[in-house]
Ligand binder design. Structure first.
Ligand code: UD1
Ligand code: CA
Length: 468
């Protein structure tokens, strides 16, 4: 099939400088969701109709499998589809989607396309409690006699836009979602015959339905399984509502897969979360990019993870920020730990509160439990990094590497001025400022010798002389 995605509308009600279809749902633009779903249908081509902010949309989403057609000015949905005609293959039907309707399931679209086949017009319709503003589906008896339709409601005769409808038509609750599939040769002919003689002076795509009926082309109406599949985004409030729908669906999928969620209403996945068996996730965690959790991983409350991999049995205590990091098995991270890009932690590592680790390999069984900055370092196994340790990796111009070999012990409040190496089994006394390599197996201390001064007196406060 051909797919045409309408994305030229300006989205005035978003009150935003960003084109509407570039607003994000679950971390991806609305249009990206529609294109993803489109691609799962393996169409012959996808044509995106752009208008407002078109260059920006193209720059954000351009891909070799997309054709772009500009609609300027915007004279209605029928006029929008006309712009796609030069790109369409007449041998296959054309599915029309909206760039601001992000959550339609591929399965629903497949049912619609199957119901239409190559000779029928297919319409996705839905019954709404509040149909105001939508085009209404008028059913009844065709000139060929009363052919009952698939759903037993009587065949579709035409679509009447809300603004053109009288009270009787406005009482109809079955509405046009806007999504339809049309035999392409017929679409070409019907679009050529559209007029804008209506309340909005627009070329309505919906008028092709009455044209089909007049020619005896059957119209198949298909309903989605859920109403939210057809909801569009016209305002920030609608975007927020669809975000919640998306996240709730995703949470249900995780629960279904065996993941324990403290509260399925308080998890946000803006990307891909892959979890092993028996994982537990506490409230208010955000997952971005690709996050992979091994078996039995536990994530405490209020953690943010982005492009991260945590090994089996690892526990992330509350309030951690993990970005571009890999952690081995059975590690204990946090609370309040920050793992930055390039952090690579081995098995059974411990990283505690207010510890920041960047571009560093921390070997198996090594620990940095309190208040430390470890950056651009290669740390061996069974190393203990004391509280307040800092790798001084930056000289103001360049970054340098700190090497800490296996079984070293770094005393508290130590500064390692890189490039520097701490040998295997070395001990650094607390408060050391290390500027040269520390030999293996020895104690290195750089602080001044402790002295006590007998008879020393604290300064005494001098009383102020009162003013006259
Ligand atoms: C349209 C349908 C209506 C349906 C409703 C569902 C028509 C005439 N009406 O109404 O039956 O119930 O959608 O939401 O088709 N667009 C363009 N170029 C244009 C006009 C629109 O690209 O010139 C795009 C918009 O960006 C949007 C989509 O088409 O993605 C629908 O446009 P919108 O103005 O929301 O259509 P409605 O008038 O609400
Ligand atoms: Ca609309």
């Amino acid at each position: 099939m051909n797919i045409v995605v309408l994305a030229a509308g300006m989205g005035k009600r978003m009150r935003s400088d960003l084109p509407k279809v570039l607003h994000r749902l679950a971390g991806r633009s609305l249009l990206a969701h529609v294109l993803d779903t489109s691609r799962t249908l393996s169409p012959d081509r996808i044509v995106v109709i752009h208008g407002h902010g078109g260059e920006q949309v193209q720059a954000a989403l351009g891909a070799p499998d997309l054709a772009w057609a500009r609609q300027e000015p915007q004279l209605g949905t029928g006029h929008a589809v006309m712009q796609a005609l030069p790109h369409l293959d007449d041998a296959v039907p054309t599915l029309i989607l909206y760039g601001d309707v992000p959550l339609t399931r591929a399965d629903t679209l497949r049912r619609l396309v199957e119901a239409a086949g190559t000779e029928r017009l297919g319409l996705l319709t839905v019954d709404l409690e509040q149909p105001d503003g939508y085009g209404r589906i008028v059913r009844g008896i065709t000139k060929d006699g009363d052919r009952p339709s698939d759903d037993g409601r009587g065949p579709v005769l035409r679509i009447v836009e809300h603004k053109d409808a009288d009270a009787a038509v406005r009482a109809i609750r079955e509405v046009n979602t806007g999504i339809m599939v049309v035999p392409t040769l017929l679409l070409r002919r019907w679009l050529g015959a559209l007029s804008n003689d209506n309340a909005q002076r627009e070329y309505y795509l919906t008028d092709v339905v009455a044209m089909a009926v007049a020619e005896g082309v059957p119209v198949a109406a298909v309903q989605p399984r859920a109403e939210w599949e057809t909801l569009g985004v016209n305002s920030p409030a609608q975007l927020a509502a669809l975000e919640r729908v998306f996240q709730r669906n995703l949470a249900d999928d995780l629960l279904e897969a065996g993941v324990s969620l403290a509260d399925p209403a308080r998890i946000d996945v803006r990307g891909t979360l892959v979890a092993g068996r028996d994982c537990r996730i506490d409230v208010n965690c955000v997952f971005e990019g690709t996050v992979v959790l091994g078996d039995r991983v536990q994530i405490g409350a209020n953690c943010v993870l982005r492009d991260a991999t945590l090994g089996a049995g690892t526990e992330l205590l509350p309030m951690c920020h993990v970005d571009g990091a890999v952690v081995g098995a059975d590690a204990r991270i946090g609370p309040f730990a920050r793992l930055r890009p390039g952090a690579n932690l081995g098995d059974d590592t411990h990283v505690g509160n207010f510890v920041e680790i960047k571009n560093t390999r921390l070997g198996d069984h090594s620990k940095a439990n309190h208040l430390a900055y470890v950056g651009d370092a290669i740390v061996g196994q069974r190393v203990n990094i004391g509280a307040g340790t800092i790798t001084c990796n930056y000289d103001g111009a360049n970054k340098h590497v700190t090497v800490i070999e296996d079984d070293a012990f770094i005393g508290s409040d130590t500064q390692l001025v890189a490039p520097v190496t701490v040998g295997r089994g070395a001990t650094l006394g607390a408060g050391t400022t290390l500027v040269r390599d520390a030999p293996a197996g020895q104690l290195t201390v750089s602080r001044a010798r402790q002295a006590s001064i007998p008879g020393w007196k604290r300064p005494v406060k001098i009383p102020k002389t009162p003013k006259e």
